[in-house]
Design a protein around this ligand. Structure first.
Ligand code: GRG
Length: 297
């Protein structure tokens, strides 16, 4: 096992334990909302956003224990977004992380509430992270809420819904994905950095650019995998984007150009990361960036 694979496995275990502790405890059969929240969050996943929090924090020598609340917050937001994205009113998907989606298992109304409650819990965790100063916490809440609101993830989801069945240019596609998936990825990186009091404005700008680019490369690769990888390996329905008439990088650019784009954008992202004062070539963040675009699931 490579050092990065071991680190990723360690982060998956660590954040799973922190998520388990943060989620409400099921007391009885009637706690359907709690059950649905736990089902959606604890059912696996690559934990990429948590990985980015810890790996960025590590660049600034922030101890892992101080980063747990931040990693939990971004994974709770991610889980909420997946629940809502899978709903019949949105992408209407039946499979997520190799399991029935939350609404298939618990019904639509419960799934909506579980997503809402996970979003609220994410912000509750940030506010309760007393290892940070009140000013740091306000900055974190502002960063995350902006990343997922009307001019972030929700806005991107709206653009995505409107674009279904439409022809998009590569720029329109990039803009939609920057909002829909990119900002949360960028926010995960910046939260890890904001955990340090040593973060300079210049390094914050370099990390923002790195986050923007690595979020884009991640999405292009996601579109490629949607075409190339079978459902059982992907854990979600293969070809779902094409079946819904969604514009994707392979459909807009062609597969070969989409693959070239992944490499080009990764190189630019790494270029931005190298400008960060604390950067080292053996940093986990460097390897995490490669993993995000070279993964096959
Ligand atoms: C419903 C407000 C609202 C937003 C939904 C993030 C999102 C917006 C929708 C997700 C749809 C989707 C599958 C987008 C492709 C990129 C992506 C976010 C993939 C899933 O993330 P991974 O690969 O998932 O990190 P795991 O399961 O590993 O956590």
């Amino acid at each position: 096992m490579t050092p990065f694979k071991a680190y990723h496995a360690h982060i998956q275990t660590r954040v799973a334990a922190a998520l388990e502790a943060a989620l409400p405890v099921v007391q009885g059969e009637d706690d359907t909302l709690f059950q649905a929240m736990r089902y959606a969050v604890l059912g696996g996943g690559k934990r990429l956003r948590a990985l980015l929090v810890y790996a960025t924090g590590q660049l600034f020598d922030v101890p892992e224990v101080a980063l747990d609340d931040l990693a939990v917050s971004v994974e709770l937001i991610h889980a909420y977004s997946l629940i809502h994205d899978d709903l019949p009113a949105m992408d209407d998907d039946a499979l997520r992380r190799g399991q029935p989606t939350c609404h298939v298992k618990y019904g639509e109304a419960t799934a909506i509430l579980a997503g809402d409650a996970l979003q609220a819990l994410a912000f509750e965790r940030l506010c309760a992270a007393t290892q940070f100063t009140p000013e740091q916490r306000v900055n974190m809440v502002q960063l995350l809420s902006t990343a997922i609101g009307a001019e972030g993830m929700c806005g991107g989801q709206m653009l995505d819904l409107k674009a279904t069945g439409q022809r998009l240019t590569a720029d329109q596609l990039a803009h939609m994905h920057e909002l829909k998936t990119g900002y949360l990825i960028q926010a995960s990186i910046l939260l890890g950095a904001l955990a340090s009091t040593a973060l300079s404005a210049e390094d914050k700008a370099h990390l923002s650019e790195f986050g923007r680019l690595i979020g884009m490369a991640f999405q292009v690769q996601d579109d490629i995998l949607d075409v190339e990888i079978e459902t059982h390996a992907l854990g979600k329905t293969q070809g779902a984007d094409a079946a819904r008439g969604k514009a994707t990088y392979p459909s807009v650019l062609g597969m070969s150009e989409a693959k070239t784009l992944v490499g080009d954008v990764l190189s630019k992202a790494l270029g931005a990361l190298k400008h960060v004062t604390q950067f080292k070539t053996d940093a986990h963040l460097w390897h995490a960036a490669h993993f995000m675009v070279q993964r096959q699931f």
